[in-house]
Design a protein around this ligand. Structure first.
Ligand code: MCN
Length: 806
């Protein structure tokens, strides 16, 4: 099973309307809606609800004062600031917001008032009648204004600096001073957003008779939400269940927890003794969920005549928005993952993470890597161009060689552990991508196209991606007496095909048919200890945990079967759920019968299984029916906890055509070579890569969040925030390389984010190749390319490094 392209088992259900997403649940529930800040920075001076009170169907209106009053009365903690999930010593000025704004709002979209009503229409009507008055404060919008420091987002954070971090390996500045060639590059990236098709959503029911809260959330971490809500509401953990139904995409934004609504909806449900639901609408998602990508990046690189890196000095300014609930993970990832498959010589990286009066920034698929890869790969192209060398050849001289693994980059990675690459084969990968895209024949193709008046260009980008970040994941595997195998994992699923991939692993290890395996994820009633789905970690972490737990169950099954058949365990094999004596398939016992035998009560409401009691023997009358070191049932739990992350890699190449008149950019070809170690399901991996590439196309050519100088989002809808449709996503040609990870039993590396990572770098390179002048900021639109052409033609080099917008 492992390694085969099993068709995704969840798809029939999802594609025929059988999915159950958050808004499909709780049709009987009361509905919540929010009044959100209309200003980017201001003091709340008045909240007037007079006009709202006589709306039929209104149930409750809550402001921050109500939270504080309820805390005092019920011992809850909902009025306290939201948690800072990932602290870091360099995050000297971490700040988080409140579930409802306390006295100041710090971005447009921040929740100020919560309304509960009989349905969403009424709730929205009520919200529309509530008048919030603000004393407007100066809004800090964009990195330049934040750096300037004249206006402050948080009055007690000087210079708007949340964090400042330097990492250095060797003496980069000395290496640069001594280098024969040095280039300085400004490589900036604008703000974008995940925009999953399903926004966030929460449903909560309070069961007063049991004192139990049951909640459903469209989250990437049900265990994290459960722990946060239990703490905020002062409930014992065992009295809170958090269930993740089908999720229509997360892409990072749903890993933050708790979102204000995840606290407020359960809190109101308990207070009102009713079911309450909130489903985010599209505009709310744009103005109050998370964004990412915005960074100013200055790269100084020194190299020799062959293009070999001697020193690299990178300075980053990161826009972290109004609060830092998720710490400084994004710039840390850029700073460390920027190095890709290369040995940088000496390396120094410094970043400053800045507050602005904009939506918070948390990881979006790729999480800081697209920016880092963009910086590094553009530097590689610039080196090749400066030396008049082949862009692929310059990369090759800088690769870490296959015999150099494990390779220690000397830095500290996002998990606080050393950045040590476990395995890979970058030279072979480069050969594969060159063959796939026809690298060596491209000059002829370009000449042919030019003869027809067409402009075509070829881009290449390489990356290395730390995946499978710890600390742990677990799994529970159970064989029922019917032969059904239940697998439960703690992390959640947003469309990655976990139901299929983990069934493949369990089926393989246990020796059962995949049809008999049923996977449940993200339900704290079934598995309580888990971290969450992010950092392309599920296959590595849960995959190995499923393998280990299934291995435990297999061991126990063999032990019981060996006893029953009076043979040694080493004589046995499990084939299609049947335990057989090797070489004597007539002597066998079905796994489901072993499940019956595993429980001294021998319950089996199934005729064939009941017959199995004949194998059981009576056991000694002097021994307890369950031995001291045994447990009833054919089941097992195990955890996988790696020493450090495993490093996947990939190389993408794109061929683009730019229209000589309109500057429209068309993607002619897109090629991917990808290495995620052992492939559990190659078709799922390809699907993951395709989805990522689609987001890479969007990030490079279409998507950006635009703010005006007052901190108003100008494009909070899909009319104006352009996502690529299938018409803009090219056919993707894929090839794989498998260098198994030596760090985990199955040799797996992650794949979920890979496709998006080199997008900006590869398109910038290809457009630059077609046009013949540098592309320094992404994304790029046809009108910007048009302006750049004119500037280039006029010899206006300053405009080529066009000033960054907000
Ligand atoms: N896989 C495999 N063999 C490997 C590696 C992975 O068969 N060597 C399979 C896995 O079994 C899993 C899928 O590929 O079914 C992705 O695995 P993995 O790389 O472990 O990523 P996660 O499952 O942890 O998913 C998280 C990752 C991230 S971080 C984002 S963001 C993202 C992504 O996955 N968001 C997604 N892919 C997404 N896909 C969908 N449809 N929706 C999202 O929100």
């Amino acid at each position: 099973m492992i390694g085969s392209s099993v068709v995704r088992r969840e798809d029939a259900r999802l594609l025929t309307g059988g999915g159950r997403f958050l808004d499909d649940l709780g049709r009987d529930a009361l509905a919540a809606a929010f009044v959100r800040s209309t200003v980017a920075h201001g003091r709340v001076t008045d909240i007037d609800v007079t006009d709202a009170l006589d709306v039929d169907g209104l149930v409750a209106i809550y402001t921050y004062e109500d939270l504080a009053a309820a805390d005092a009365e019920h011992g809850t903690r909902v009025a306290e600031a939201l948690p800072l999930l990932i602290p870091h010593p360099a995050l000297t000025h971490g700040r988080t917001g409140f579930a409802l704004a306390r006295d100041e709002v710090k971005y447009m979209g921040e929740p100020v008032v919560m309304v509960v009503a009989t349905d969403r229409y009424v709730a929205e009507d009520v919200a529309g009648r509530i008048r919030v008055t603000y004393e407007t404060l100066p809004a800090v919008v964009g990195i330049e204004q934040a750096r300037d420091g004249a206006a402050l987002v948080h009055a007690d954070v000087p210079g708007n600096v949340a964090a400042h971090l330097v990492q250095e390996v060797g003496d980069a500045r000395a290496a640069l001073a001594a280098a024969p060639h040095v280039l300085d590059l400004d490589l900036d990236v604008e703000r974008s957003a995940c925009t999953p098709l399903e926004g966030k959503g929460v449903l909560a029911r309070w069961h007063a008779d049991e004192g139990r809260l049951q909640m459903w959330s469209s989250t990437q971490t049900s265990t994290g939400v459960r722990a946060a809500v239990a703490a905020k509401l002062g409930l014992p953990l065992v009295k809170v269940d958090c269930i993740t139904p089908d999720v229509g995409g997360g892409f990072g934004v749903k890993i933050v927890h708790p979102w204000p609504e995840e606290v407020l909806v359960p809190w109101a449900a308990r207070l009102l003794g009713a079911a309450v639901k909130w489903t985010e609408d599209r505009r709310e998602h744009f103005v109050s969920s998370a964004h990412e990508r915005r960074q100013l990046q200055r790269v100084r690189v020194g190299f020799d005549d062959d293009g070999r890196l001697l020193g690299l000095d990178v300075t980053l300014w990161h826009d972290n928005g109004a609060y830092t609930p998720y710490g400084i993970i994004v710039p840390i990832i850029t700073a460390t993952q920027l190095l890709g498959p290369y040995k940088p010589g000496a390396y120094r990286v410094e970043f400053t993470s800045l507050y602005t009066n904009t939506v918070i920034v948390t990881p979006y698929r790729g999480a800081g890597r697209p920016q880092g890869v963009y910086a590094m790969e553009r530097a590689m192209d610039a080196i090749a161009d400066a030396l008049g060398k082949d862009r692929a050849a310059v990369r090759a001289v800088n690769f870490i060689r296959p015999d150099e693994f494990p390779y220690d980059q000397g830095l500290t990675f996002q998990d606080g552990r050393p950045l040590i690459y476990d395995s890979g084969d970058y030279p072979q990968m480069l050969e594969k991508i060159k063959a796939l895209v026809g690298w060596d024949d491209f000059a002829a193709y370009r000449a042919q196209a030019a003869a027809q008046g067409r402009r075509v260009g070829l881009g290449l980008a390489c990356y290395v991606e730390g995946t499978g970040v710890g600390p742990y994941e677990g799994a529970h595997v159970q064989v029922e007496t019917s032969g059904r195998v239940n697998v439960a994992i703690g992390l959640t699923t947003q469309g990655q095909g976990h139901e299929t991939a983990f069934a493949q692993i369990a089926a393989d290890v246990l020796g059962v048919r995949i049809e008999d395996v049923h996977v449940t994820s993200g339900d704290t009633r079934r598995f309580g200890y888990a971290v969450g789905t992010f950092a392309s970690r599920a296959a590595v972490m849960s995959g190995n945990a499923v393998g280990l737990a299934a291995g435990k169950v297999r061991e126990k099954a063999l032990r019981i079967a060996a006893d029953a058949l009076e043979v040694s365990t080493s004589d046995l094999e499990i084939v299609d759920g049947d335990i057989r004596v090797k070489g004597a398939p007539g002597t066998h016992i079905p796994l489901k019968t072993v499940a019956v035998l595993s429980n001294p009560l021998r319950y089996a409401f199934d005729a064939s299984a009941a017959a199995a009691t004949q194998f059981a023997g009576g056991g000694s009358p002097d021994a307890p029916p369950v031995a001291e070191d045994d447990e009833p049932g054919l089941e097992g739990t195990d955890y996988y906890s790696p020493v450090r992350s495993t490093f996947a890699s990939g190389m993408h190449a794109a061929v683009v055509e730019t229209d000589p008149e309109t500057a429209e950019i068309t993607v002619l070809r897109y090629c991917v070579v990808h290495d995620c170690g052992t492939l559990v399901n190659p078709m799922i991996v390809e699907g993951q890569v395709h989805g990522g590439v689609a987001q890479g196309v969007g990030g490079a050519l279409y998507e950006r969040i635009a703010y005006d100088e007052n901190g108003q989002i100008l494009n909070a809808s899909f009319m104006d925030f352009l996502m690529p449709y299938s018409t803009e996503v090219p056919t993707i040609e894929t090839d794989h390389l498998e260098t198994p990870s030596p760090l985990n039993p199955l040799g797996i590396k992650g794949a979920g984010e890979a496709g998006v990572i080199p997008g900006m770098a590869v398109f910038a390179a290809a457009i630059e190749d077609a046009e013949g002048f540098p592309i320094r900021r992404m994304p790029i639109s046809p009108s910007e390319l048009y302006d750049l052409r004119r500037a280039h033609a006029a010899g206006d080099l300053a405009s080529l490094h066009h000033p960054s917008p907000r």
